[in-house]
Design a protein around this ligand. Structure first.
Ligand code: FES
Ligand SMILES: [Fe+2]
Length: 472
């Protein structure tokens, strides 16, 4: 059985902020890849962002939460749904954020529009859930709009003579689409989605998430600030104590952290080498834990690592073969890294599309209504369409699986092998939420490198707050 190393490790210090784990780095591991790794994965894009402490009020105060609401949420591009969630003309769904609610509608075959989900009569939410119809009718008194937002029907028109000459069109919110992800933005003057996301689209081009469909969508309310919850998925540092089961195959402390502009950052954790905090792991144990504990692929039969070979290479090849068989695409020249590693991209403020070729995990984190101490976390999986259109199964949009407060992620059977990992994070969050309130100093201290992505987002948040409130 593997055991946690106790001895202190010597740091090779260059200058503040440039320190790295003394173990083999992620980039060094990439040099051993069986195939060519794309340059944007090899390239390290990191800058030292400072070491100042962070005020705990950013996580717990209503005042800070309101600043986020007024200055940030009204200005940013937010992932609302996937195009395949509303495949037919007339399909619609609701995306809520804080007090706002938006109605996302496929108004034409090639057009998706989004409206403020508030009836122009007495304000009722026009829709509360996913639906299908030829028009958008408010259930209170029956005002009805066409799918493009123009007014279709007025109940008791004799009593609404005064709206005749008015534009009673449903107010729209900006919509732009990237690789099948539908985004909305309340700020008409915001930069385009493409500019906002850059360089994400360039990196992701190769993985082509536009050719995938959502096959799993699970949602859970988590008792913690939305950033506390999101940040639990932005560093690999906590794996040693919170996720001991993955240490045989996940090189946690060697993980890479990259920062790009204001809105994007990335964490890549290598799969197929053990954590430096673990010793005496044999190659077969590594392979077994990848297949039974990573959630990205389940092998029916036990695969053996041949004498003298490495689990990482065997696992990568098994993934190439399995996905080729499942979806017909040719993965023979795809790198070990892209077949195995946790390539976790984050887009400010709350969207996280994993990179790589196997089923891609997508996270979304947002406040639960107007509460600073409760969040909604969602996990989705995208699956690549079969290369041969004749072999593509007819797609039916999948309903969101809402977990109750007394249900665990592991109760969602579709999250094979990964639900228990989320549950380990969930067990920790209420204690972070509680403990942060018990702080004497009112400060927390981040690691310079491993928690640089957290700091990056706080700095971006400050830039939005500095702009002052924006009311759509
Ligand atoms: S509130 Fe919508 S029709 Fe009256
Ligand atoms: Fe975790």
């Amino acid at each position: 059985m593997s055991e946690i190393k106790k001895e202190n490790q010597k740091l090779s210090v260059v200058k503040t902020g440039d320190e790295r784990s003394p173990d083999t780095s992620y980039t060094e591991y990439l040099m051993e890849d069986a195939k060519t790794v794309p340059e944007f994965m090899v390239e390290e894009t990191y800058e030292y962002l400072g070491s100042e402490d962070i005020d705990t009020s950013r996580y717990i105060s209503k005042e800070f939460f309101e600043k986020e609401r007024d200055c940030m949420w009204t200005r940013v591009w937010q992932f609302a749904c996937r195009v395949e969630d509303i495949p037919e003309v007339g399909d619609s769904l609701v995306y809520d954020i804080l007090d706002w609610s938006f109605l996302i509608v496929r108004s034409e075959e090639d057009k998706i529009q989004a409206f403020y989900n508030s009836c122009l009569h007495r304000g009722r939410r026009i829709k509360t859930e996913r639906g299908f119809g030829k028009d958008l009718q408010c259930p209170f008194h029956g005002f009805c709009w066409n799918l493009d937002g123009s007014l279709k029907f007025t109940p008791a028109p004799w009593d609404f003579q005064h709206i005749k000459d008015r534009d009673f069109k449903l107010p729209e919110v900006r919509v732009e689409i990237w690789e099948g992800f539908v985004f909305i933005n309340m700020d008409d003057k915001a930069v385009s989605l493409e500019e906002y996301l850059a360089p994400l689209p360039e990196h992701h081009k190769r993985w082509n998430l536009g050719d995938c469909k959502k096959v799993i969508h699970v949602s859970k309310v988590v008792p913690g600030n939305w950033k506390t919850v999101q940040e639990a998925f932005m560093e690999s540092f906590h794996a040693t104590l919170i996720h001991p089961e993955i240490l045989p195959f996940q090189a946690d402390e060697n993980a890479r952290y990259d920062i790009y502009g204001d809105h994007m950052n990335r964490n890549i954790a290598l799969t197929g080498k053990p954590s430096p905090n673990l010793k005496n792991v044999d190659e077969q144990e590594i392979l077994d834990t990848i297949f039974y504990g990573s959630g990205r692929m389940a092998a029916d039969d036990k695969i053996l690592v041949p004498e003298g070979e490495e689990a990482r290479k065997v696992a990568a090849q098994a993934m190439r073969d399995a996905f080729n068989e499942a979806d017909g695409h040719d993965y023979s020249d795809k790198s070990d890294a892209e077949m195995l590693d946790a390539i976790v991209y984050n887009v400010f403020p709350n969207f996280s599309p994993w990179g790589g070729f196997p089923r891609n995990l997508i996270y979304r984190f947002r406040p639960n209504g107007n509460r600073e101490d409760s969040a909604i976390m969602e996990a989705m999986f995208l699956q690549r369409n079969h290369k041969d259109p004749d072999k593509q199964e007819k797609y039916e949009p999948i309903p969101i699986h809402y977990l109750n407060d007394d249900e665990n992620w592991d109760d969602a059977e579709e999250l094979t092998g990964i639900g228990f990992i989320f549950d380990q994070d969930m067990g920790n969050i209420p204690e972070v939420e509680r403990g942060i309130r018990a702080s004497k100093s009112g400060k927390i201290t981040y690691a310079n490198y491993q928690e640089s992505r957290l700091r990056h987002y706080h700095q971006t948040m400050d830039k939005y707050i500095a702009k002052g409130p924006f009311k759509p």
